[in-house]
Design a binder for this molecule. Structure first.
Ligand code: PEP
Ligand code: MG
Length: 578
């Protein structure tokens, strides 16, 4: 097998070595595990039984239909399914795959389905091409039968060495991987601060996005090295490359172990400036990782992830339980719950009857705009957050503010939610702090008026950069233009941090810039004292803080603010880190 390299964008550092598992949407939830040689025959029987059960199911449906007065096309539709089911490509080939790859029946079947679907895609006749949907439906029927009778062999931790290869993944897909322990993943599409990439980071596995045609070139089960630090994926590496990477991998592991010693150490610079390092989370399950990182609070809880991968909307009670769990889990440390930031790349299907998210979602009804357009949904969330505030130090953070009137409307909603709780005698923290995210250039430019109305602010650099440079953060075609060091971005950051410090109101950065240790001294030099990032990055940033001198960084950063020359800016960042 030829060895080759694919280049992309590393969104999560580190090295993983493992076998490729090609992912398509229909297979996302299908387990893949090895079957012992002695169990192959039993696995084949399990597959055969499932096929027979679906045959009986189709026969029964057919009989029921001919007895009743169902339209004739239903019968024809069942006939097509019957033919597909009994074709050797579906009823026989998966058995060969089980035997050859020693894998479970579900996995063999979905692999064969992918092959068939690709063949259908190449058919010119539109009618025949559409029949691929029937193939998928028949496969789903068999899968349901198989899943009802799972194999006797438990997945023996095979995921640890499995690398997911996908064309594209949504944040909702990636969040599902938190329950598994995959070694790494790569996608053809994706930008560096897309929510898909952000979730990948939170799983703390190496990931490379924007490989363009990786999904097409890589075959199932091929050996891969994913080097998230150097933006490269090596397919079928030869022995010497493999040895070299194994060595690098153990060096990284050793480094990680060393970093763990910093967990309880306060983040204080050489010249004695105390820095708050807090964590970003998506779900209450992330708390364990937060505790391991030694974070001094939650600076950003992306609550909208409670919406994804589920039917319907989360009720007030469900939300309250989730928020309370985090509030109690942090034991008195601050927990900043951002109100829903739905829209853009975090779409929720099935919000029927609610306000429509426009086709240009990043500039549309997203985040606070969406919440204000849906007051019932917003009130439910606000009540749930307020109720949780009785159990810890909870703060509210409002995303994507563009104008002061949005703050006024939000404050009125919070007051309304408080009022209903008071009437019902439900306890909450009446002094709960309310902060706003600075993610739109207008908010950075008009920050003084925002600061007058808010208790704290937090800069979402992912969006601030996207909106300042007009670069879609999730589109890899423009990711070379996505530049945190662009002079305009630096000016906005320095302006916002300076204004907040002057007003005495706390300011944090909770975008991905906060977790990039290369930029820690730049932000320190601008006057930032509070960083919130994925827990996986926290100790690395702490190490940088411990070796930084704010007094030394400041004049270099001041010089950066006086230049618009990108080369000079890059040189000054190097000087900061030198
Ligand atoms: C940001 O925009 O920087 C941010 C922290 O919010 P999100 O990434 O969820 O949009
Ligand atoms: Mg944002």
């Amino acid at each position: 097998m030829p060895s080759f390299a694919l280049h992309g964008i590393g969104v999560s550092g580190g090295i993983a070595i493992g076998r490729a598992q090609l992912v398509s949407h229909a297979t996302l939830e299908v387990a893949h595990y090895a079957v012992l040689a002695a169990d192959v025959a039993a696995e084949v029987v399990r597959f055969d039984n499932a096929v027979h059960e679906v045959q009986s199911e189709l026969e029964a449906l057919h009989a029921a239909m001919t007895a009743g007065d169902a339209p004739a096309e239903f019968g024809a539709f069942l006939d097509v399914h019957w033919m597909i089911l009994n074709d050797a490509t579906l009823s026989e080939v998966p058995k060969k795959i089980i035997a050859e790859q020693r894998c479970n029946a579900e996995w063999a079947l979905t692999q064969q389905m992918n092959v068939l679907v690709e063949q259908f895609d190449q058919i010119e006749d539109a009618y025949l091409r559409e029949r691929k949907a029937d193939v998928v439906q028949v496969v789903e029927r068999i899968l349901k039968r198989l899943l009802g009778k799972p194999g006797t062999v438990a997945p023996p931790g095979a995921e640890h060495h499995t690398i997911l290869v996908a064309h594209d993944l949504s944040p909702a897909d990636v969040i599902q991987f938190k329950q598994h322990r995959y070694a790494a993943f790569l996608t053809d599409l994706g930008g560096v601060t897309s929510h898909t990439a952000i979730v990948a980071r939170s799983i703390a596995v190496p990931a490379v996005v924007a490989t363009h045609n990786g999904r097409q070139l890589i075959r199932e089960n091929e050996l891969l090295i994913v080097d998230g630090t150097n933006n490269v994926v090596i397919v079928n590496p030869d022995k010497s490359v493999l040895t070299e990477y194994r060595l690098k991998q153990s060096e990284i592991d050793l480094e990680r172990q060393k970093l763990k010693r910093l967990k309880t150490k306060p983040a204080t610079t050489i010249d004695g400036v105390r820095i708050e390092l807090q964590a970003n989370i998506e779900l209450p399950e992330d708390l364990e990782q937060v505790r391991e990182s030694g974070a001094t609070g939650i600076g950003l809880f992306r609550s909208e992830f409670l919406f994804l991968n589920r039917d319907g909307l989360p009720t007030e009670e469900e939300q309250f339980t989730a928020y309370r769990r985090v509030a109690e889990g942090m034991d008195g440390l601050p927990v900043t719950i951002r109100t829903f930031d739905l829209g853009a790349d975090k779409q929720k299907e099935g919000l029927d009857g609610l306000a429509r998210v426009a086709p240009n979602p990043a500039l549309g009804l997203r985040a606070v705009r969406f919440c204000l357009a849906e007051p019932r949904l917003f009130l439910t969330q606000l009540r749930a957050i307020l109720r949780a505030s009785h159990y810890g130090k909870v703060r509210i953070l409002v995303p994507m503010l563009a104008s002061v009137s949005e703050i006024d409307q939000t404050m009125a909603m919070i007051e309304q939610a408080k009022e209903t709780l008071r009437e019902q005698g439900v306890p909450f923290d009446s002094g709960i702090e309310v902060g706003g995210m600075i993610e739109i250039p207008a908010a950075a430019l008009a920050i003084n008026s925002f600061l007058k109305k808010l208790d704290f602010v937090s800069i979402g650099t992912n969006d601030l950069i996207q909106y300042t440079l007009a670069v879609d953060r999730s589109d890899d075609a423009v990711s070379h233009l996505y530049d945190p060091l662009h002079p305009a971005v630096l000016k906005l950051l320095a302006m916002a941090i300076g204004a907040a410090n002057k007003s005495g109101k706390p300011i944090a950065v909770c975008g991905e810039m906060a977790g990039e240790s290369r930029l820690t001294r730049l932000l320190l030099g601008m006057g930032l004292r509070n960083f919130s990032m994925h827990p996986a990055h926290l100790l690395n940033v702490k190490q940088r803080v411990l070796t930084s001198d704010v007094g030394e960084a400041k004049p270099v950063v001041d010089r950066m603010r006086r230049t618009d020359d990108p080369a000079r800016l890059a040189a000054l960042v190097d000087r900061l880190n030198g």
